[in-house]
Design a protein around this ligand. Structure first.
Ligand code: CUV
Ligand code: SF4
Length: 656
């Protein structure tokens, strides 16, 4: 058993972890311990299970066996395994994006149907109607996207535009021509586009049609599985090139579509103050935790929790009201758009239940531990799974259907409210710690804040007030003390006058320790130049840009600067980092950052060290192919230094 101080730097996690131990509840940290020692072949990436002649594994010390039964060597196996991770990560993001596009299409079609039936649907506004489950909340953004995509907007109703944009998005998933994605073409600056076109040639593989430009989101993912099937692609170079291509289908396709169309449906985030950490759970209220990734669900839960009938029921059952809080990325979605408090990041999902104060944890897809069901069994908490593609044994299944979204969301909230009397008051212990912070820094909100352009940021960079920008993203991983590396790397970079933007569980970590408060600039963790800049503009030294799919906001921001300077993204003094990476999605994000030209640090060593050629490609050769590469460094201080050095190198190259 671990000491509570070893698992996390977060006092709420420490307390709840201790409480779990007292109660004999097994958590992620015990399960990790029971897995020790973890398989050395797996850690190095040299085991292959891609066919039934195997499983095969390669001797990492250079002796026999040097080859799998089919003859694949360590580099082939490592590269194939990595490509499968990228493909799975890209699939998760992109399927999420598809779901959003389909929801927009359904919304437009329902509005059309309502119109024909003579129900009230307004022509030119947001197709609002009280009985439509989803509406267009940001008409301006819808128009802006349509214009980027080259869709004629003149004289069209919002319904028509929504339908056309959704159709272009959906076409990007399944089209069969060799053209790059429509969304990629609409969003990417020409200089970076050119780099994608030429990347394969530079890598000595001119037969890659379109270079590493993805043709369709689904196709590149399918091709990843095809290439890694026994007896297909064996050259680590071509396998990894296809990895770049697949990840770019995530970046400039699936994830971008998710972010952009979520903004259309639910509103583009604007700066707003909110709170984070387990202290946002309320003793006298019905507590509902929305956990997972898709706001198509969590938005509706937030709405349903304001339903007067359900509020009345909650009061009747002895609660003061209904308190919806977020967890992981779907929490960030409703945090960014409505200031709904976020209870925690990945490693706090079990901890939230251990408070004994959660009536229901409502989950959809990704990053939800099946163990939540086991922990919930020790309390009255109900785990409610909602996605037809994610079922948790032992949970309550209330599967979601967009067409009946309001009805189902109410049923879910009602289930939570009715569970309130089952709470054992003596078993409730909510840690008091919570922290305020400013969130909602979409690209649009940033532009608005700086008076319509990024000039002030660019000028501060040129002057040297800010040395550069770092995008900090990604998960928690129990192999690292929770939030430790997130915060250390953030502080070390801010001390060196690097402005931070970030998403995902990093952003929740940053918020918990006050980094999203402008006052944080007064601490010793922020350098004098960055301090002066953020004070002048009234912003915190780090900007919360949202969930994991919102990493595309970071790309779009970098793209705008690249356009202003007429250079590819790879020329900018910008770096990325996933200090506590865990998911396959994080692997895809890291890869698409690098492929897009942003050198990226990983704080967890991915399973690649068994393939020396692969390691060389990822950490060195990619500089010549896409102008960026991976930095792998578990020590947060060294990592921050390496990232800073990269920024300074880029500054020098730009002559600033
Ligand atoms: Ni999508 S992917 S643990 S919730 S950031 Fe958090 Fe974010 Fe990683 Fe998952
Ligand atoms: Fe072994 Fe080759 Fe089959 Fe992999 S594909 S399991 S290395 S025989």
């Amino acid at each position: 058993m671990k000491k509570y101080k070893e698992v996390s730097i977060d006092p709420t996690t420490q307390k709840m972890y201790e409480r779990a131990q007292e109660m004999g509840i097994e958590t992620v940290w015990e399960r990790l311990e029971k897995q020790q020692p973890q398989c050395g072949y797996g850690l190095l990436g040299v085991c292959c299970r891609n066919c039934m002649m195997g499983p095969c594994r390669i001797n990492p010390f250079g002796g026999e066996p040097r080859r799998g039964v089919c003859g694949a060597d360590a580099d082939t196996i490592v590269a194939r395994n990595l490509l499968r991770m990228i493909a799975a990560g890209a699939a998760a993001h992109s399927d999420h994006g598809r779901h959003v596009a389909l929801t927009l299409l359904i919304a437009a079609e329902m509005a059309e149907k309502f119109k024909k039936e003579g129900k009230p649907v307004l022509e030119l506004d947001n197709m609002a109607s009280s009985t439509l489950p989803y509406q267009v909340r940001d008409v301006e953004k819808l128009k802006a996207i349509a214009e980027r995509l080259g869709i004629e907007t003149e004289g069209k109703t919002v319904r028509e535009l929504a339908k056309e944009v959704a159709e272009v998005a959906l076409n990007d998933f399944g089209k069969q021509d060799e053209e790059a994605l429509a969304f990629l073409k609409a969003y990417l600056n020409p200089k970076t586009y050119e780099m994608f076109e030429k990347a394969a040639e530079k890598a000595g593989m001119p037969w890659f049609e379109n270079g590493i430009l993805p043709r369709s989101i689904d196709r590149e993912i399918v091709e990843s599985l095809h290439r890694t099937h026994i007896g297909t692609d064996h050259d680590p170079v071509s396998i990894l090139l296809h990895g770049l291509k697949t990840s770019l289908g995530d970046a400039w396709g699936g994830s971008l579509i998710a972010t952009e169309l979520q903004d259309v449906l639910f509103g583009t985030p604007q700066v707003i103050k909110a709170e984070a950490n387990l202290g946002v759970l309320k003793e006298d209220y019905v507590n509902i935790v929305v956990h997972g990734h898709e706001p198509v669900l969590s938005e509706k839960i937030v709405e349903a929790a304001q339903d007067p009938e359900l509020l009345e029921l909650a009061e009747k059952l002895g609660a003061k009201g209904i308190n919806v809080v977020g967890m992981c990325c779907t929490g960030l979605e409703v945090l960014m758009r409505h200031g709904i408090p976020i209870a925690g990041n990945f490693l706090q999902q079990e901890m939230a239940i251990v408070t004994g104060a959660v009536e229901a944890m409502v989950v959809d897809v990704q990053c939800i531990m099946p163990a939540t069901v086991d922990v919930a069994r020790c309390f009255h908490t109900k785990i409610i799974d909602t996605s037809p593609l994610a079922t948790f044994p032992g949970a309550i299944h209330i599967k979601f259907d967009e067409r009946r979204a309001d009805e189902i969301a109410k049923e879910i909230v009602k289930t939570a409210v009715e569970n309130f009397p089952n709470r054992s008051k003596v078993r409730v212990e909510i840690p008091k710690e919570k922290m305020a912070g400013y969130v909602g820094f979409s690209v649009e909100a940033i532009l608005k804040h700086f008076g319509g352009s990024l000039k002030p940021i660019e000028e501060a960079i040129v002057e040297g007030k800010i040395k550069g920008v770092a995008g900090l993203v990604g998960c928690n991983n129990p192999k690292i003390k929770q939030d430790h590396n997130h915060i250390k790397i953030a502080n070390e970079l801010m001390k060196r006058d690097v402005l931070l933007v970030g998403t995902g569980c990093w952003a929740t970590a940053a918020m918990k320790y006050g980094i999203f408060l402008p006052e944080y600039a007064d601490t010793e963790n922020v350098g004098p130049g960055l301090r002066e800049f953020v004070k002048e503009w009234g912003i915190p030294p780090a900007l919360n840009m949202g969930s994991c799919v919102d990493c595309t906001r970071i790309l779009v921001l970098a793209d705008l600067v690249a356009r202003d300077l007429n250079v590819p993204i790879s020329a900018l003094p910008v770096v990325g980092s996933a200090p506590e990476a865990m998911t396959e999605k994080a692997v895809s994000i890291g890869t698409y950052f690098v492929a897009s030209g942003i050198t990226t640090h990983l704080g967890i060593v991915p399973p690649v060290l068994g393939g020396p050629k692969v390691v060389k490609i990822l950490t060195q050769d990619l500089y010549d192919i896409v102008g960026a590469a991976f930095i792998v460094e578990p020590d947060p201080y060294k990592a921050a230094k390496l990232m800073y050095d990269h920024i300074m190198k880029k500054r020098k190259e730009l002559g600033i």
